[in-house]
Design a protein around this ligand. Structure first.
Ligand code: FMN
Ligand code: ATP
Length: 312
């Protein structure tokens, strides 16, 4: 899959494609359906498929404080899109200039002049352009005038509710990982490389692998029973995801995991954490001693749940 960053990096050979536009945070089952249809249309027309995404996402640009935490960072989104058979991603910087483009300027500069789009696949609720003035009907009309077709992707619902990134976030916040898995079509995972921490954990009696998150905010916090995948092997563990209020870190989100039955060096290794069950909220303890006692109880609780006889 090819990544093109910015309109200015589009070349004449990039013209002619089928495209879709959106945030694609999490690449959930609704997204997967739209991408499957896009792949079909690309094959029929004999042109590449292109997904147009924005960085930052529009809500993060307009309201950085209240925009929801991302389900996945850009690197993971690109991997998921590649796995869905997308040929090309056009990643546009969402800035003042882009936010001011009217719906027709958006169509002209990005879709027609930039991509030479032949077919556009979008959800029927898709809105775009300054003040979100452009909608599906606007695109249909523009397509008739400018020579491209537009199709509304079939809405994917689960139990009567439209699948959306918002619904996945809500499921995760409620620690309903089974629902998140049904919405995503795969378990929710966070992957990253193991960094050196403050080396406090050993003093606390529970060695932890600190996984680099490369983002300030995460969609949920707390202490969880997890599985950790390392080079194709899976280990049960207990994880804390949050800001670690007791040790007053840097205010950034951290993901730390203690593997129940593993001894060895994990520094620099790439781990994938799969969340199963919430044990408790992250707390601010009065002392490190109190934190140590709580972590021992977490490990015991995780062990009981992870035991082969326990059903999870
Ligand atoms: C199972 C588990 C539960 C944790 N719960 C909390 C918590 O409730 N509050 C908190 O401030 N830190 C919590 N932590 C994080 C510890 O503060 C952290 O592991 C410790 O500061 C060591 O950090 P270091 O690895 O960077 O040295 C938890 C860690 C683990 C492994
Ligand atoms: N359940 C769905 N069924 C069909 N198409 C969908 C579904 N969800 C999103 N889409 C379409 O996929 C494209 C990308 O969607 P986008 O990621 O912007 O929204 P979303 O998943 O609904 O997220 P949010 O909850 O943040 O609004 C859009 O064209 C959108 O209409």
């Amino acid at each position: 899959m090819q990544l093109v960053r910015g309109l200015h990096n589009l070349r004449p050979q990039h013209r002619g494609c089928v495209a879709t536009i959106g945030n694609f945070d999490g690449v959930h089952r609704g997204h997967q359906a739209i991408l499957a249809r896009l792949r079909e249309r690309a094959l029929e027309l004999g042109v590449p498929s292109c997904v147009v995404i924005f960085e930052p996402q529009p809500r993060e640009f307009f309201a950085p404080e209240t925009a929801p935490a991302r389900l996945a960072r850009l690197r993971d989104k690109l991997q998921l899109l590649a796995a869905e058979g997308v040929d090309r991603v056009l990643c546009l910087a969402f800035n003042q200039r882009l936010s001011k483009l009217s719906a027709s300027e958006f169509v002209d500069t990005i879709l027609v002049d930039g991509l030479g789009v032949q077919h556009l696949e979008v959800g029927d609720d898709f809105r775009f352009g300054c003040d979100r003035a452009g909608d599906f009907d606007f695109l249909l009309q523009a397509g008739i005038l400018q020579g491209f077709t537009v199709e509304a992707a079939q809405t994917v619902e689960l139990d009567g509710i439209r699948v959306s990134s918002t619904q996945v976030r809500n499921a995760l916040a409620a620690a309903d990982f089974a629902l998140a898995e049904r919405l995503l079509g795969r378990p929710y995972r966070i992957a990253g490389r193991v960094l050196h921490g403050q080396k406090l954990a050993r003093q606390l009696g529970t060695p932890t692998a600190n996984i680099q998150l490369k983002r300030r905010r995460v969609p949920f916090t707390g202490v969880y029973l997890v599985d950790v995948e390392i080079d194709g092997k899976t280990w049960p563990g207990v994880a804390n995801i949050g800001v670690r209020p007791t040790v007053q870190g840097d205010g950034k989100a951290h993901l730390e995991v203690h593997l129940l039955d593993f001894a060895g060096d994990l520094y620099d290794r790439r781990l994938t954490v799969v969340f199963h069950h919430k044990l408790r909220e992250e707390q601010r303890f009065a002392s490190l001693e109190a934190l140590k006692t709580a972590i021992s109880a977490d490990v015991a609780a995780a062990r009981a749940l992870a035991a082969p006889s326990a059903h999870r």
